[in-house]
Structure formats: structure tokens, C-alpha cells
Design a protein around this ligand. Structure first.
Ligand SMILES: Nc1ncnc2c1ncn2[C@@H]1O[C@H](COP(=O)(O)OP(=O)(O)OP(=O)(O)O)[C@@H](O)[C@H]1O
Length: 287
């Protein structure tokens, strides 16, 4: 079953084509990550899906319904979004911000119910902010702000979650805690992610983007390769398998550490000529 279908999506701003004929499907209940270099169009793609931007052409459907035709409030019951940092919630307390996630379920003069408030309290506890209800958002650390915004997205209680670099600002403990929490909800999730190891641990499928185009779409183990990392990001990496969880694990190397070639003080393909050590791996020499 397909939750989200994007077909031939193009998006142009200031005469610059940022998304060039994007098509993909997100299977219901899956966690799909989007990876790609800075500026390749990940956020812009997400913004077209959560309707901050209007596609120049193409279509996006959610459960076979044309997203462009949905009312805002209905859309908010179907899609929760954690965008990249925004300062729009400047003067609110943490609790007030998280409560906003319940807004789509309220009629115009209806106040928040006991169960809304309980949900907010429970979610703040889950993201490790139980004593933060009355703190002013603007005084929080980057990680605390991020966890507040995640709590707001999760109390929206939708079947589809869009995350734009959700682990931004979070220390490794909170990164794992947050991703475990999201994964445990079993809701369809589409997320821009920079960290390859986080992507490998949590995603079912990955979209590889470059220059506003999709270069690959597939299962994590099929698309994360050292060749892809070289082609898309221009970096050298060792891709192995963690024997404990059988997930791919990526370890990056300096640009002068690579597998083909021997000898000291020679010119590398990237121009590196400095002194360096050679490392041996499987009888091949890397340096
Ligand atoms: N409102 C806008 N006006 C003009 N250019 C824009 C606008 N929004 C995005 N762009 C440009 O579109 C391109 C894609 O930006 P986008 O934010 O989608 O990249 P990204 O892949 O999410 O990058 P990052 O990894 O840095 O977050 C960039 O070149 C950006 O400068």
C-alpha cells in the first residue's frame, strides 16, 4: 500500500529549477530517508509535500487524495512536520508550543481538553522535557528547542510524519532516543537525514538526491556504498557491517586515504602530496 506518491514534481523559484522531475513512492508504514549534499533540494522537496511551497508542475497524493486539494486543517490531521529551526515561536512557553500540535482537532473557541493536556505532558516526558513546561522557548538550548518541536509534531497524532534533519542539535544520546521513539510509533515517515549511520540504523528505504534530482531509491543496504558516497558527496568511506545489529556502518576517511595505489610522497587524484601513512586492508594498500 502506498501512503505518498510524488509524480513528475518540478519546482522553480526565481527562474531556478530546484526540483527536476521528481517521482517516488513512500510505502505505508515505512521510514524513508532522503540523503544528499547541502543545497541539493531535500528541504524544498519536503516543503512541496507539506505544502509550504506549491509545485510548479506534477502531483503529490496522500492515500490517493490530491494534496493540493486538501483543506489546511484536514492536512494538519494527516501530516505532522518537524521543519528546520524556525524562530516563529519566540514568545511562547514550551507547553504552549507543544499544545499547538493539538490545534487541528479544536473547533474555533474550543479550549484544550484534559486529555490534550495529558498528551502534552506525556510527550514532554518522552522527549526528556518534563520539567520544562513553563520555560520560555527562546531561552532553550538548540537541542531542547528541537525536542520541544518534536513533541509538538508527535502530539499532532498523524499517520504521516515529515522530518527535516530531526537529529539536528541533538547529542548522540538524544539522537538515538528520538529515533527510537519515532520508529516505535510505526507511522509512515519521510525524513531528510545527514548522518549515514543514523540513516542506516532507522531507514527502510533511502532516496539519494543530487542537484534537484533523484539519483537512486532503494533499501539502505543497496544504496549506501562507498561508490555512492564518493559520487554524491566526493568523500572516501569504508562501508562495513556492524556484526551486532547487521546494519551498515560507514566510516569516513581523509581524502588521501583510499584503496588503490602504493608509495609515499606521490600525487593523489585529489592533489594531496603530504606525508601520510599507508593502511593495509585485505592485502590491498590504502593511504
Ligand atoms: N525560497 C528560496 N528562494 C531561492 N532559492 C531557494 C529558496 N529555497 C531554497 N532555495 C535554493 O534551493 C536549493 C535547495 O535548497 P534546499 O534547502 O532544499 O537544500 P537542502 O538539500 O535541504 O540543503 P541542506 O542540506 O543544506 O539543508 C539551494 O540552492 C537553495 O539556495
Amino acid at each position: 500500500m502506498i501512503k505518498v506518491k510524488v509524480e513528475n514534481l518540478k519546482f522553480t523559484i526565481d527562474k531556478k529549477e530546484i526540483l527536476k522531475d521528481i517521482s517516488f513512492e513512500v510505502p505505508r508504514g515505512s521510514f524513508v530517508g532522503i540523503i544528499g549534499p547541502n543545497g541539493c533540494g531535500k528541504s524544498t522537496l519536503l516543503k512541496n509535500i507539506y505544502r509550504l511551497y506549491k509545485p510548479s508542475s506534477g502531483s503529490i497524493t496522500l492515500d490517493n487524495k490530491d494534496l493540493a486539494k486538501m483543506k489546511d486543517k484536514d492536512c494538519a490531521k494527516e501530516i505532522a512536520v518537524l521543519a528546520q529551526e524556525s524562530n516563529s515561536q519566540f514568545d511562547f512557553t514550551v507547553e504552549q508550543i507543544v499544545k499547538m500540535g493539538r490545534y487541528p482537532y479544536k473547533s474555533i473557541f474550543e479550549d484544550y481538553s484534559k486529555s490534550d493536556l495529558q498528551m502534552v505532558k506525556d510527550m514532554l516526558e518522552k522527549v526528556g522535557l518534563n520539567n520544562y513546561s513553563n520555560r520560555n522557548f527562546s531561552n532553550l538550548s538548540g537541542g531542547e528547542k528541537q525536542r520541544t518541536l518534536i513533541a509538538r509534531a508527535l502530539v499532532q497524532n498523524t499517520d504521516f510524519l515529515i522530518l527535516d534533519e530531526p537529529t539536528n542539535h541533538l547529542d548522540i544520546g538524544y539522537q538515538i532516543q528520538l529515533m527510537d521513539l519515532i520508529k516505535s510509533l510505526n507511522i509512515t515517515t519521510l525524513s531528510a537525514i545527514h548522518d549515514m549511520n543514523i540513516a542506516s540504523m532507522y531507514c527502510d528505504y533511502l532516496i539519494i538526491m543530487k542537484n534537484g534530482q533523484i539519483k537512486d531509491f532503494g533499501k539502505v543496504e543497496d544504496v549506501i556504498t562507498s561508490e555512492m558516497l564518493k559520487e554524491i558527496f566526493g568523500v572516501n568511506a569504508y562501508v562495513g557491517i556492524n556484526p551486532i545489529n547487521n546494519k551498515l556502518q560507514v566510516s569516513f576517511m581523509h581524502s588521501h586515504e583510499h584503496i588503490n595505489g602504493v608509495g609515499h610522497d606521490h600525487i593523489h587524484e585529489d592533489g594531496f602530496t603530504g606525508k601520510h601513512t599507508h593502511y593495509h586492508y585485505n592485502n590491498k594498500c590504502s593511504y
